[in-house]
Every structure is written in C-alpha cells, then in structure tokens.
Write a protein that binds this ligand. Structure first.
Ligand code: PEP
Ligand code: MN
Length: 364
C-alpha cells in the first residue's frame, strides 16, 4: 500500500469522525428536547422499553462488520451519555448548587453585624441540652469570653431510647434566651415538628433541624416559611446529594438562609461514634454556595480527639465548627462522653487560632 493510499484512507476516516461527531451532538440535542417534553408531561426521562426497542432495531439493521454485541455496547454508551447530560442539567437548576466560583450565601444575624459564611470561622457551641440556668450561665460566660456568638439552646432531645432525657421544653428556651441576652449571644434550637414554630419563634434566632429529621420534607417545607435562618444537619446515613436536596426543600420553599452541618455518617468503624466525612465538607464547599459547619462532637462521640478534629475542620475550608461544652460533662443528662470541659474548650480555641484558612481550590 502506497503512502498516498494510506493518506487517502485516513482522510476518509477524518471526515467520518466529524460526521459521527455532528450526529452524536444532534442526537443529544434531540434527546434533551425529549427530556423537556417528558418533564412537561410529568414522565421520567429514562424509558427502558424505548431503549430496548432502539437496540432491537439496531440489531435488525446491523450489516456488520461489527457484531450485534459491539453495536449494542456502543449505543448503550451513547444512551448513557444522554442520561448523564440530562442529570447534569437537572442538577445545575437546583437552587443550592453553586453556579459561579464566587457565589456564596452569607447569613446575617439580627444584630446586623454577625455573619456566617463571610470568610470568618464561626463557632457554634453550648451544652448538648439545656439543663438549668446555672449550667447555661456558666457555659455561656466561658463561650462569650472567647467571642462565641451562637449558643446551643437545645430543649427537645431526639434520644435513641424513650426512657432517656428528652429535654426541658419551653422552660428551657426561657433560660437559654435569658442567658443569651445577658452575654449578647444568639440562640439556636432544634425543632422536631412544624407545630412548634410559633412557640419557638419567641425565643430562637436560628432554627435547627437535626440529623433524624433531615428528610422530613414537611418540616423542611415549613422551615422555608420562617424568617429565621435554618441550620440543617446531614442525616445519619444521607449521601451528599440527599443532603443538598433536603436543603433545596427549605430554599425552594422561600428561605435562602440555610447553614449545612456535617455531623459524621454511619460506617463500620466503632472507635468513633460516627465517621467525620471531611472529604464531604470539601465537596459541599465546591458544589454549594451554602455555609458549612463541622460538628466535631457528634461525629466523634468522644472529647479526647476534639482538638485535632477542630484543627482539621478549620483547615478544610469549612465556615465554622460546632462543639458541645458543659461545666461538668460526666453528669450531663445527654452526650456525657463527648461534651468538653470548659478548660478543654479554651485549649481548643487557642489551638484553632493557629490554623490558617484557605479557600479550597479544585485541582486542575
Ligand atoms: C445535636 O447536635 O444536638 C444532635 C442531636 O445531633 P444530631 O442531630 O447530629 O444527632
Ligand atoms: Mn448532643
């Protein structure tokens, strides 16, 4: 075969490649249009019956030299690419997805000065649960000394056993509010049910939806209607995608001020209560414009590793951390093993002061 012949055959291939390229993109555009029609009709984009009909028609018309198996494998790849394109378009439309590199939700608290997500490292702290005025007052005094502005005022506790401490209810909120006012702090408190919104609104500055309620879509929609910002914790076994869709419920129902909390996920590991998904924090920072806080207490279930986790949290590019602090942890009514002693909280604040925060940059 001469060199000329080879060149000639290669240029034929080049032309065919371009034709296939044009046809593939034309096919993708039409498939997208089908997706839009199906969305309007309320039907799903993926139709296995239609896919199987197309493959049969291709087999019947296949004159070779490719075998039917090869043709089917190639076309299945084309179908998969169209599906992926649809999914990407659907995701890009969700409100909590970051659209541009500098898109950030910054949440301003009622004093008009305290912000979450503005580049500062926010500390949310306080005991696991409100137990008494003295307990809240002693804790808040220590937190205020370190400039903490957001106080946990938890009065409804989602305990595993119904025989464990369930929280003080409204009297606990009165205590939390009084103490927060004394130290110029804001209260965040976990809500269990939409029926509590009106009562809790008299006391709380930030609503809090716990891990167990992350997929309670009715509560999430109700949180879309409140004027306060909402902290949303990742579910015990929720994927990041499920977590973001939960946040989407709140935002799409009218409340853009959502703060995400990574609190560890269930894995086979038993040395820690949960496994802190720090990789997930980095992914959320890239994928969403919402602020993200790392809960170093429930993810660990133990206080002895609080400082390294706090340092990792800050270095990860998160917008802050959440840590439980109690004046006398061994006698705490809940989470006694993980709450920090006050002196440990002070050491933690000093340790994170030495960590420098950098905006995470995706690898090129
Ligand atoms: C909490 O932070 O108060 C709590 C109950 O944690 P989680 O919902 O993550 O279990
Ligand atoms: Mn707790």
């Amino acid at each position: 075969m001469s060199n000329n012949q080879l060149q000639e055959l290669r240029s034929q291939i080049d032309v065919i490649n371009l034709q296939i390229l044009e046809l593939l993109n034309k096919r993708a555009t039409i498939a997208s249009e089908i997706g839009k029609v199906q969305q309007a009709m309320g039907t799903s984009f993926y139709d296995p019956q239609r896919e199987s009909q197309m493959l049969t028609a291709l087999e019947q018309n296949n004159k070779g030299p490719f075998s039917n198996e090869t043709i089917k494998a190639l076309f299945k790849e084309v179908f998969r690419a169209s599906m992926a394109l649809e999914e990407k378009e659907a995701k890009a439309k969700i409100l909590v997805q970051r659209k541009t590199a500098d898109e950030r939700t910054v949440i301003t608290l009622p004093d008009g000065v305290t912000k979450i997500g503005d580049g500062n490292f926010t500390i949310i702290s306080g005991p696991c649960a409100v137990e008494s005025y003295e307990q809240m007052d002693t804790t808040a005094a220590a937190l205020a000394e370190r400039g903490v502005k957001i106080l946990r005022g938890m009065v409804f506790k989602p305990r595993t056993s119904p025989y464990d401490y369930q929280g003080m209810g409204e009297p606990g909120l009165k205590i939390a509010r009084q103490v927060a006012n004394k130290y110029g702090m804001f209260i965040t408190s976990e809500i269990m049910d939409a029926s509590q919104i009106s009562m809790m609104s008299d006391y709380v500055d930030i609503f809090w939806v716990g891990a167990r309620n992350m997929q309670n879509s009715f509560l999430l929609k109700a949180m879309g209607q409140v004027r306060q910002p909402v902290i949303l914790k990742r579910g015990l076994s929720a994927t990041l995608e499920e977590f973001l869709y939960a946040a989407e419920y709140i935002v799409s129902s009218g409340n853009p001020n959502v703060i995400l909390i990574e609190r560890g996920i269930r894995t086979f590991e038993k040395a820690t209560r949960n496994t802190l998904d720090i990789g997930g924090v980095a992914v959320l920072k890239l994928d969403s414009h919402l602020p993200i806080i790392v809960d170093i207490s429930h993810s660990a279930g133990r206080r002895d590793i609080a400082i390294p986790l706090a340092r990792v949290a800050k270095a990860s590019g998160a917008d802050g951390l959440m840590v439980e602090v109690h004046p006398n942890p061994p006698v705490a009514m809940s989470d006694a093993k993980q709450q920090l002693y006050i002196h440990q909280f002070h050491s933690l604040m000093e340790a994170i002061d030495r960590v420098h925060i950098d905006e995470p940059v995706p690898a090129k």
